[in-house]
Design a protein around this ligand. Structure first.
Ligand code: PDD
Length: 280
């Protein structure tokens, strides 16, 4: 695999980052994941915009290559011959010469790393037909989940709690209400209405979320952005998650309770179809 590190395209075995990198020592970095279908990036502009916002919110310098990021994504997709897959991008506050809680000097160059993940059949995932089982866990993350930082330890623990319980993923709950999945936004459908948590610092402002809600409204579905509980989702007709890597994925069980007849619902299947058609 050819990867990109600070201006260079290299074989992954030759790519190097300093042990003093702020992301390695302090999780001081932000990232984006953009999907690739038919060799083309999906919604790159949305990801670039959120990336810029993440950098701003953390007072992180834009790397010199910022305006070339689309070109770098495309070049990596080409070099690695990706038809279906993902491009991962990470920008960190760079690698000062030592460990220090204070930010490094202004002129410290950010570290920029990109790599591709080849995922043939991504759009045709079997999970879209079987649906996902979800467990709920406490949301123990920090208070700025709207910034896409690389502090992913708690989401990773949540994923493992789910796996241990024989489920596929976890929905995180704060003060009795669902925030989001470990790496996706969470929704349920009751009748013709989609319910999902409103945007705030409590959740990541999903790029897929924005597109799916737009397509849903265009398809005359009602969208309600508000807090909801696990019990309300369990009593729904259908449920689903969205992310750049999963697109729209049905949920068939929450904390051991089957939704509807326990198989993926028609409306979610339709939303997935619309999303894949419209965003390609
Ligand atoms: N995760 N919420 C969280 C906590 C996420 O980590 C993600 C994305 C989303 C969905 O955002 P988007 O639709 O822009 O992908 C919501 C990526 C895919 C990841 O960490 O791999």
């Amino acid at each position: 695999r050819t990867v990109y590190v600070n201006g260079e395209y290299l074989p992954e075995t030759e790519a190097k980052v300093s042990i003093f990198d702020r992301a390695f020592l302090m999780a001081d970095g932000v990232y984006e994941v953009t999907s690739v279908l038919d060799g083309k990036l999906i919604d790159f502009a949305g990801h670039a915009k959120r990336l810029e916002r993440s950098l701003n919110e953390l007072d992180m310098r834009k790397p010199d290559c910022f305006d070339d990021l689309l070109e770098i994504h495309r070049e990596l997709v080409r070099l690695n011959d990706i038809d279906e897959g993902l491009v991962y991008l990470q920008i960190t506050r760079g690698a000062p010469g030592d460990r220090d809680f204070a930010f490094p000097p202004e002129d410290t160059a950010p570290t920029v790393v990109l790599f591709t993940q080849n995922k043939p059949g991504l759009a045709d995932s079997p999970a879209a037909k079987t649906g996902m089982k979800i467990i709920s866990v406490d949301d123990l993350r920090w208070g700025r989940r709207d910034i896409k930082t690389v502090q992913l330890l708690y989401p990773s623990l949540g994923k493992m709690m789910a796996k241990k319980a024989g489920a596929d993923d976890a929905w995180m709950v704060q003060d009795g209400f669902v925030t989001e999945g470990t790496s996706n936004n969470a929704y349920f459908i009751k009748g013709n209405k989609i319910v999902t948590r409103a945007l705030s610092n409590d959740i990541l402002h999903g790029i897929t979320r924005a597109a799916v809600l737009r397509f849903a409204r265009e398809a005359q579905m009602e969208v309600e952005e508000r807090n909801f509980t696990i019990a309300e989702a369990q009593a729904a007709d259908e449920a689903f998650i969205t992310s750049a890597s999963a697109f729209v994925m049905p949920v068939v069980e929450i904390d051991g309770v089957a939704l509807g007849d326990g198989t993926p619902g028609k409306r979610v299947a339709r939303l997935r179809e619309i999303y894949l058609d419209e965003s390609r």
